[in-house]
Ligand binder design. Structure first.
Ligand code: BGP
Length: 461
């Protein structure tokens, strides 16, 4: 191997309940915001395919998990559906959900795959949303109850826990830009939602540590580096503001236990500080993560604002900066996102230099491709060489970071098998394994799945 990874490196993939389980109305599951939105506004969803029809892991996991093994997994991240476990968000638990997650965990372990379990992946139970969702303190308490129930029921076998996946995404998509339910555009609400997500995470970490179950608990963040267009101070300042809002808003409290002073000042000046109790800040300070998951897809390119913002327009982060397209950027041919492999190295070095070199791993990296069946060979296997190259190019930079002493423990791709995506449904395919919707959701390993197995067996390439 030219690129050799440490022994016990975590090779695997990530997924989420809403995107993979299906059966969103079955076996006692309560509704979450996605079920509700699809029911009330199906036209928002690509080709009208909703979260009821995802990749049917709920009934197929017995066959899917051996396929994970066949594609080189030694670890796999999934999320528990809060509304499957607690149909009303709190109170009575659904015994069928406990059975289901127990079977998934046991089957993973029998196949030599370590379960990494995430507690919240964009899927607020509808009953909790009706109480105000993350805007509301009572929902923070309900979440901690739910988290504790998960630790009690599954914590004897699950040793890696995560409080949230990409908590900035519900803030942005649900409360600023209208892509997720409840589709508000309200900066004040967005800040409150962000603060409560941080608080909920710290409280869940506290609950986990108190139980002394012997595992680790962390958070998964999409740390998207903000690169300024030039060294001009106005561009650098714009990039710093974007970094404070989108990255450090969660990274600092999760790892260091405090919010950046500059971020607090930005919010204070605009009158956007959230409501909180003094004790909340103590809880956040005293309950930082043991482990950090980093999702990386694309960088953020930022420049100073060119026009004075319209004071009457809704307040958005874009008050502070403009986006620009990197001239000559390498694009993800099939999705339009910029590909910048070195970004992953820059993030890891930042964690090493500014966040105490905390134990971390790349928890999502992936390439979404439209109409991928056009790359099938005669045997019917998708020849996704573009995806293999994409992963290798990122792994080279991760390897470089490792050589320089970064405490990076693993690499998880997005995702194991093609799955349903928020609003885009099955438009962009990400899997190592194809799911054919037209053939009863038949699974077929792609070329990248075979490559991944070799990578994991050789522990390098
Ligand atoms: C991440 C999310 C995933 C997944 C992925 C791909 O931000 O954690 O849930 O969906 O992005 O993005 P998309 O599905 O929008 O193409």
């Amino acid at each position: 191997n030219i690129y050799q990874f440490p022994k016990d490196f975590w090779w695997g993939s990530a997924s989420s309940a809403t995107q993979m389980e299906g059966f969103s109305g079955a076996d006692g599951k309560g509704k979450n915001i996605w079920d509700h939105w699809y029911e009330t506004e199906p036209n928002r969803f690509h080709q009208g395919i909703g979260p009821d029809k995802t990749s049917l892991f709920y009934t197929n996991f017995i066959d899917d998990i051996p396929l994970m093994k066949e594609t080189g997994h030694n670890s796999f991240r999934f999320s528990i559906s809060w509304s499957r476990l607690f149909p009303k968000g709190r109170g009575e638990m659904n015994p069928k959900a406990i059975d289901f997650y127990n079977s998934v965990i046991d089957t993973l372990l029998e196949n030599g795959i370590e379960p990494f379990v995430n507690l919240y992946h964009f899927d607020m139970p509808m009953a909790m949303q009706e109480e105000g969702g993350w805007e509301s303190r009572s929902v923070v308490d309900a979440y901690v109850e739910y988290a504790s129930a998960c630790f009690e029921n599954f914590g004897d076998r699950v040793m890696k826990w995560f409080t949230h996946n990409e908590p900035i995404v519900p803030v942005e998509c649900g409360y600023l830009y209208g892509h997720h339910y409840p589709a508000f555009c309200d900066f004040g609400k967005a800040v409150q939602v962000g603060f409560h997500s941080v608080l909920a995470s710290a409280k869940a970490i506290n609950a986990y540590h108190e139980k002394e179950l012997g595992g680790k608990i962390g958070i998964i963040l999409n740390v998207t580096p903000s690169y300024p267009r030039s060294n001009h101070p106005a561009d650098v300042d714009a990039a710093e503001k974007s970094d404070l809002l989108f990255n450090r808003s969660f990274l600092d409290p999760s790892v260091k236990g405090t919010f950046p002073e500059k971020l607090i000042e930005m919010l204070r000046v605009e009158n956007f500080l959230p409501e909180y109790l003094t004790e909340d800040l103590d809880i956040i300070r005293d309950n930082t993560v043991d482990l950090l998951g980093i999702n990386y897809y694309q960088p953020r390119r930022v420049k100073a604002k060119e026009n004075i913002p319209n004071p009457n327009a809704p307040f958005l982060p874009e008050r502070y900066f403009d986006h620009y397209d990197m001239p000559g950027k390498k694009v993800n041919l099939y999705r339009g996102w910029e590909i910048y492999e070195k970004g992953v190295y820059d993030i890891l070095k930042n964690i090493q230099e500014n966040y105490g070199n905390i134990e971390c791993f790349i928890s999502e990296s992936g390439m979404g491709v439209e109409a991928e069946e056009r790359f099938k060979d005669e045997s019917g296997m998708i020849q996704d060489d573009y995806r293999i190259t994409f992963y290798e190019d990122h792994l080279k930079w991760i390897h470089q970071a490792l050589n320089e002493g970064v405490n990076v423990k693993g690499f998880h791709v997005w995702t194991f098998m093609d799955n349903w995506s928020w609003l885009n449904s099955y438009k962009n395919r990400y899997g190592l394994v194809e799911v054919d919707l037209t053939k009863n959701f038949r699974r077929t390993i792609k070329k990248s799945g075979i490559w991944y197995k070799r990578l994991s067996e050789n522990n390098g390439f």
